[in-house]
Each structure stands twice: as structure tokens, then as C-alpha cells.
Ligand binder design. Structure first.
Ligand SMILES: Nc1ncnc2c1ncn2[C@@H]1O[C@H](COP(=O)(O)OP(=O)(O)OP(=O)(O)O)[C@@H](O)[C@H]1O
Length: 293
């Protein structure tokens, strides 16, 4: 079992932005979802974990080794799937993996070849191994990204916004692949898609303004909101009024009608109680901060 323990981590950039504000998280094998809006501090936290930037204070232990003191320890066991690879060179999928495997230290030719062929098989790209990666569709590129992240059999994989731009079928296929690789290692999935966390992760944290506002098991967090989420259909002109009177956590149009959802321990007049969802957990955490967990 691998373990990543983050204790009281702090990082303030030169411009005064506090991107990581006293963050403490413990993660073991499986998929961990790091959920938060743009600018919450997710990328800063991941860059610090993988040793790409320093922290001002706090500690990070990976398998009991302090990685802020020894960043090479985690770098050797890490796979990273960034949001965007940028431009690919005009080389085939196989040749690019071969090149990356050499950089990752898979030195023996036969071992490298076996590993690349089996990874291409795993991500369902064997038939396309001779094609240049820049000709791949978005979904194929993301699956290629998983193959490169898995080179060298890392114990921790960090994935940044992986399903952005994928169609629903590609997204499903990609998510199945991610949950498979999380079985025997740590996979940290940073995203603002609540649904992906709901479908894939057994543990999660919600971040905003550098702080971890809530963490736990998605099912438990949903259960904790039972009986506290209320819905009402209103006219869109009434939204400002309801926002001033109640703890409105979200509003959405459904079939042209505006529904508002609010968080309340008591039954507000004219509202209907609804089963909570992970979206309600997310929005009530971000918009009210009133969950007592
Ligand atoms: N190098 C930097 N120098 C100064 N401020 C930065 C730097 N990198 C990020 N920030 C700021 O720190 C805050 C957290 O940014 P970060 O990129 O970590 O958030 P994020 O949750 O990953 O957002 P996104 O989903 O948009 O990538 C933001 O206010 C951002 O503008």
C-alpha cells in the first residue's frame, strides 16, 4: 500500500496570492478526486507534490520519505498526465513512447519493448502504434497520455483535468481505464467535473482559495446532506430575492424552468425536499461553507 501524507502545507506566490493555505490530506491506493473551481489551488498543490515547485512550510511524505527534502524520491515513482501536452513531434506513438521510456530510465531494450507493447494494448492503441500522435483524436491522445504516464510502472499518478474536450463515449472509455490503473497505486485526479469524481473516486477533497474545505468519501458526504437540500421552481426575476433570503447553493435551468436549490436544516415554506447529490455537496461547500463535518 502506498501512502501520501500532506501536513499543513503553505505556499504564497511573489504576487501575494496564497495558493496553498494550510492543506493537510492523507491519500492511499485508489483514486482520489481533487475538486475545485478554476484558481482554487489544485495545480499549485500538484506541482508541489511532484517537486516542480517549493512550499513555504509544511511537509509531504510519500511512503514515509519527506519529498520536500528529497524530491527525486517521488519523481522516480511518478507518472504525470498533464491537461495538455501541447504540440507532439512528428513521430509514431511507438517511437514517442520509446523515447519517453528511455527518459524515464527504462534502460534495457527488451524490457522497454515489452512494456510499450503491453501499455499500447492496455490503452487500446495497438492498432495505431505506427501512426503519428498528432493525427490522433482527443480521446486517443488522452489514452496515449495514460500509456506514457504508466511507463516505468509508477506508484503514484497525477492526472490534471483529463476528460476536458472528450465526447461521452471517449470519456467513459477513458474513465474505465483510469479506475483500472488506480487499483494498485495512488491516482490523484484534479478536476472541476463533479460527475467524474462521483463515478471514479473513493476519496475526495474540495478546494477553494488555497484551502481544503471538505474531504472524505463521496457517499458519506452525500449522506450527510440528507434532509437538508430543498428545491423550488421560480421565475428568473425572483432569483435575487431568494438569494438574499436563503442559503441558495445552486440554480439551474431544466426544460426552460429555473430551479433553485438551497441548504437548510429546517423545511423552508414552498420548497420540496430532494435527495442530495455530490453536486449539492460541492455547491453547498463552496457557496455556504456551512457543512459541519
Ligand atoms: N506562478 C504563479 N505566480 C503567481 N500566482 C500564481 C502562479 N500560479 C498560480 N497562481 C495563482 O494561484 C492561484 C491558484 O492557482 P492554481 O493554478 O493552483 O489553481 P487551479 O485550481 O489549478 O486552477 P485551474 O483549474 O484554473 O488550473 C490562482 O489565483 C492563480 O492565479
Amino acid at each position: 500500500m502506498n501512502s501520501l501524507i500532506i501536513k499543513n502545507l503553505q505556499k504564497t506566490y511573489g504576487n501575494g496570492v496564497k495558493a496553498i493555505d494550510d492543506v493537510s490530506i492523507e491519500i492511499t491506493n485508489g483514486m482520489f478526486g481533487l475538486l475545485g473551481p478554476n484558481g482554487a489551488g489544485k495545480t499549485s498543490l500538484m506541482r508541489t507534490i511532484v517537486g516542480l515547485q517549493s512550499a513555504d512550510s509544511g511537509q509531504i511524505f510519500f511512503n514515509d520519505i519527506n519529498v520536500l527534502e528529497k524530491p527525486d524520491f517521488i519523481k522516480k515513482q511518478l507518472g504525470f498526465l498533464p491537461q495538455d501536452f501541447g504540440v507532439y513531434p512528428k513521430v509514431s506513438a511507438y517511437d514517442l513512447l520509446n523515447h519517453l521510456a528511455i527518459l524515464k530510465g527504462v534502460a534495457i531494450y527488451g524490457e522497454r519493448k515489452d512494456q510499450i507493447l503491453s501499455l499500447l494494448e492496455k490503452v487500446n492503441l495497438s492498432a495505431h502504434r505506427k501512426k503519428e500522435v498528432h493525427t490522433f483524436s482527443g480521446g486517443m491522445r488522452q489514452r496515449f497520455g495514460v500509456a506514457q504516464a504508466l511507463l516505468g510502472n509508477p506508484k503514484i499518478i497525477i492526472v490534471d483535468e483529463p476528460t476536458a474536450g472528450l465526447d461521452p463515449e471517449e470519456r467513459n472509455r477513458f474513465n474505465r481505464l483510469l479506475s483500472e490503473i488506480g487499483e494498485d497505486r495512488i491516482v490523484i485526479l484534479s478536476t472541476h467535473l463533479v460527475e467524474d469524481v462521483r463515478n471514479l473516486c473513493s476519496k475526495m477533497a474540495i478546494m477553494n482559495q488555497g484551502k481544503v474545505l471538505l474531504q472524505g468519501n463521496p457517499e458519506d458526504l452525500i449522506t450527510s446532506l440528507e434532509g437538508k437540500i430543498w428545491k423550488k421552481q421560480i421565475q428568473k426575476e425572483e432569483l435575487a430575492h431568494y438569494k438574499s433570503e436563503y442559503s441558495v447553493i445552486s440554480s439551474q435551468f431544466t426544460a426552460g424552468k429555473l430551479n433553485i436549490y438551497l441548504f437548510s436544516d429546517n423545511s423552508p415554506k414552498g420548497f420540496q425536499n430532494v435527495n442530495p447529490s455530490l453536486e449539492d455537496v460541492y455547491f453547498s461547500t463552496l457557496n455556504t461553507n456551512s457543512l459541519a463535518l
